[in-house]
Design a protein around this ligand. Structure first.
Ligand code: SAH
Length: 390
C-alpha cells in the first residue's frame, strides 16, 4: 500500500466492491488532468479556466468517517457501505480517511466484541449498534463520536465509553443517536449527549466553527481553506460592503469572507434549520455582530429580497450538486451585485447556470477547479462573474 502511495496510486483490495474511490488505480497527476479536462470541456466556451488546484497530500483527508454495523445471521460485519447500497464492505485501512478517525473506528470494533454489544441485523431488526460516525476538527484535533443505536437502552454503556476515552483522549464528545428508521438515513431524530459538549469546534482560515452531528461540513480541511481563499479573493471585498452567502450551511464561506475584511454586513441563507442555528452560534463565537442567518429556501429568499428592493455588493453561492434555479438567477439580476462568486460541486450544473447568468447580465470571468476529493471523480470549482454594464 505504502509503495503504491508513493507512486500516487492506491491499490486497495476492496476498491471495486466499495466504490468509494473511482480513481483508485490512477496516478494522482493523471486524476488532476482528467478533472481539469472535464471542467475545461464544460466551461472553456464561457470563460477562462485556470489550472486545477491539486491536494498537497491526496490521502487521509476525510475528516468524517462512517462505519456501518450489521449481522449476517452468523457474525458481525463492520465497515463502509458499498456505494449506493447497504452492503457492508469490511476493510480496516482506507487511505482516504483521517488516521485518528480510522484508529477510533478500529478500537470501537474491538470494544464491540469485548463488551458483547450486539450489531444490528437489518433483516430481523434485532441488535443494538447500527453505525458509528466519527468527525474530527482538523485544526483543533477535537474528535466527536456518534454511536447510532436502535434503542437508548445500551447495557454496559458507561464502561464502554470509559474504555474508549482512555484509549483515545482526543475524543471530546460522545453522542448516542437513536435511529429506528428503516430507510437509508444515517442518523435518527433523537440524539442524546453522553459525554462532553455534544459538538466539536474546528477552525477554517482562523475562524471558529461549531460542528454538530448533523451539520454539513466540508470533509477535506486543507482543500477547503484553499477553496474558500479563492472564493474570498474573487469576491474582492471592500470595508462596509453588504454580502450574501446563499446555501450557506453553518456559515463557513460567509463568515470567513466577513473575517477577511472590516465591517462586512453578512446575510446567510440556508434551508436546514440546525445548520442555521449553528451558523448563528458561529457568528457569535467569532464576534461577528454584523452577520445574520435566515432559514429559508435560497430562491424564495432571493425573490422576496428583490421584491423588497434590497441590494448586495457581492453574492456568494454554494448550492448542492443540482445547482441553483433560474428564479434565483433572475432575482440576482434585480439585486444587482457587482460580483457573483459561484462555488460549485458539479461542473455540469455550473455550466448550465453560467449560461443562464450570462443571459441575465453577468459575464463569467474565470473558473478555477479545486480537487477537494482526490481518488473520486468529483471536483469543486470557483467561478467569478461580474455585472455587465448596460
Ligand atoms: N457553503 C456551505 C454549504 C454548502 S453545501 C459549506 O461550504 O460548508 C450546500 C448547502 O445548501 C447545504 O447546507 C444544504 O442544506 C443547502 N441547501 C440545499 N438546498 C437548499 C435550498 N433550496 N435553499 C437553501 N439552502 C439549501
Amino acid at each position: 500500500m505504502e509503495e503504491k502511495r508513493k507512486q500516487n496510486r492506491i491499490d486497495c483490495s476492496v476498491a471495486k466492491i466499495c466504490g468509494g474511490c473511482e480513481y483508485a488505480g490512477i496516478e494522482y497527476g493523471k486524476q488532476l488532468a482528467l478533472k481539469s479536462k472535464w471542467v475545461k470541456d464544460l466551461l472553456a466556451s464561457a470563460c477562462e479556466v485556470k489550472p486545477i488546484i491539486g491536494a498537497a497530500d491526496p490521502c487521509f483527508y476525510r475528516n468524517k468517517v462512517h462505519w456501518a454495523y450489521g449481522f449476517d445471521g452468523r457474525r458481525t460485519l463492520a465497515g463502509r457501505y458499498a456505494e449506493n447500497s447497504h452492503r457492508i464492505v469490511e476493510n480496516d485501512a482506507c487511505v482516504l480517511e483521517d488516521t485518528t478517525c480510522a484508529a477510533i473506528q478500529m478500537s470501537i470494533r474491538k470494544l464491540q466484541t469485548t463488551f458483547k454489544i450486539q450489531a444490528y441485523d437489518e433483516k430481523t431488526k434485532r441488535g443494538l449498534l447500527r453505525r458509528v460516525l466519527i468527525r474530527k476538527g482538523m485544526a483543533t484535533e477535537e474528535v466527536m463520536v456518534v454511536l447510532v443505536v436502535s434503542s437508548p437502552v445500551f447495557p454496559g454503556k458507561k464502561a464502554f465509553m470509559k474504555k474508549l476515552l482512555e484509549l483515545h483522549p482526543c475524543i471530546k464528545t460522545i453522542l448516542l443517536n437513536v435511529n429506528t428508521r428503516t430507510d437509508s438515513m444515517i442518523l435518527g431524530a433523537k440524539t442524546i449527549n453522553e459525554y462532553g459538549r455534544g459538538f466539536i469546534w474546528d477552525e477554517i482560515l482562523g475562524v471558529r466553527f461549531k460542528i454538530s452531528p448533523e451539520s454539513f461540513y466540508q470533509i477535506n480541511h486543507a482543500q477547503t481553506e484553499r477553496l474558500y481563499s479563492l472564493a474570498i479573493e474573487a469576491a474582492d471585498l471592500e470595508s462596509g460592503q453588504k454580502i450574501l452567502d446563499a446555501y450557506c450551511g453553518i456559515g463557513t464561506i460567509g463568515l470567513c469572507a466577513a473575517a477577511s475584511c472590516e465591517q462586512i454586513a453578512l446575510t446567510g441563507v440556508e434551508l436546514n434549520r440546525t445548520a442555521v442555528a449553528d451558523a448563528r452560534e458561529n457568528a457569535k463565537a467569532n464576534h461577528m455582530e454584523k452577520a445574520r442567518f435566515i432559514a429559508a429556501d435560497a430562491t424564495e429568499y432571493m425573490v422576496e429580497a428583490a421584491a423588497r428592493g434590497e441590494h448586495y455588493d457581492t453574492v456568494l453561492l454554494d448550492p448542492p450538486r443540482s445547482g441553483t434555479t433560474e428564479s434565483f438567477i433572475c432575482a440576482c439580476e434585480k439585486l444587482a451585485p457587482n460580483r457573483i462568486v459561484y462555488v460549485s460541486c458539479d461542473p455540469t450544473t455550473l455550466a448550465r447556470d453560467l449560461k443562464c447568468f450570462k443571459q441575465h447580465g453577468y459575464q463569467p470571468k474565470y473558473a478555477i477547479p479545486v480537487d477537494m476529493f482526490p481518488y473520486t471523480k468529483h471536483v469543486e470549482t470557483v467561478a467569478l462573474l461580474s455585472r455587465t454594464e448596460k
